[in-house]
Write a protein that binds this ligand. Structure first.
Ligand code: AP5
Ligand code: MG
Ligand code: ZN
Length: 211
């Protein structure tokens, strides 16, 4: 978990690879539905482009269908889910039958840095890997290092929408952080420094357990 731009995508990729499990970002999944022009994609687009959350019933159904697939049997990393109390309760209920949620990682980054990260971000159209024009540029301009795909700026990374996303995060997701802190599952990680610094901090924190 973490606010927009805190590095969830960047670190979830590395974490899933390190522990050898699958990974899913709800935001990436919604965007891939939009690229394919599905009904779910069209529904989500209206909310995403203005920085609002997609309704819980739609989001929960999509995630639960993914979780129960055989590929996820060895465990998984979720990026950007749950982000409302309704989603957290649905996940807690569903995950109970498969051993529960082990850890909730919360990436902490000051607001000013979030805005700089988001407004300079570029994302791959093919594999959705995040880059940054200043902090994490690709080897060749506008081309993905991993898959050769074209890099683009997300519509919701324009400054007006970024501010709305940060406001929605505080209001809707703040209580979810408290929910997992009370459950003794929350691990706070300093999300500042380079992506390698954060990966080291995250790896050390997950080895020792919740705060
Ligand atoms: P989503 O795509 O999840 O967006 P988000 O939560 O706003 O988070 P971001 O993807 O913008 O940031 P990130 O934390 O992944 O950071 P990243 O690693 O890219 O969701 C989009 C929308 O979908 C939502 O607004 C909502 O409408 C909908 N949605 C999604 N999930 C939902 C849910 N559960 N319920 C309802 N609706 C939902 O890094 C950011 C930038 O910083 C990059 O450029 C990166 O290169 C750079 N960077 C990363 N780490 C560092 C570092 N250490 N130093 C410097 N730069 C860095
Ligand atoms: Mg992301
Ligand atoms: Zn790519």
């Amino acid at each position: 978990m973490g606010p927009p731009g805190s590095g969830k995508g960047t670190q979830a990729d590395r974490l899933a690879e390190r522990v050898g499990v699958t990974r899913m970002s709800t935001g990436d999944l919604f965007r891939s539905h939009q690229e394919r022009g599905t009904e779910l994609g069209r529904l989500a687009e209206g909310y995403m482009k203005v920085g609002e959350y997609v309704p819980d019933d739609v989001t929960v159904r999509m995630v639960m269908e993914w979780i129960v697939a055989p590929e996820q049997a060895e465990g998984f990393v979720l990026d950007g889910f749950p982000r409302t109390i309704g989603q957290a309760e649905a996940l807690d209920r569903e995950a109970e039958g498969i051993g529960g949620i082990d850890r909730v990682i919360y990436m902490e980054v000051p607001r000013g840095e979030l805005v700089a990260r988001l407004t300079g971000r570029q994302v791959c159209r093919g594999c959705q890997s995040p880059y940054h024009v200043g902090f994490a540029p690709p080897a060749v301009r506008d081309v993905c290092d991993r898959c050769g795909g074209e890099l683009y700026q997300r519509d919701d990374d324009k400054i007006g929408v970024v501010e709305r996303r940060l406001g929605v995060y505080d209001q809707e997701t703040g209580p979810v952080i408290d929910h997992y802190r009370r459950a003794g599952k929350l691990i706070g990680v300093d999300g500042t420094g380079t992506a390698d610094d954060v990966e080291r901090a995250l790896s050390a924190a997950t080895a020792t357990g919740p705060d």
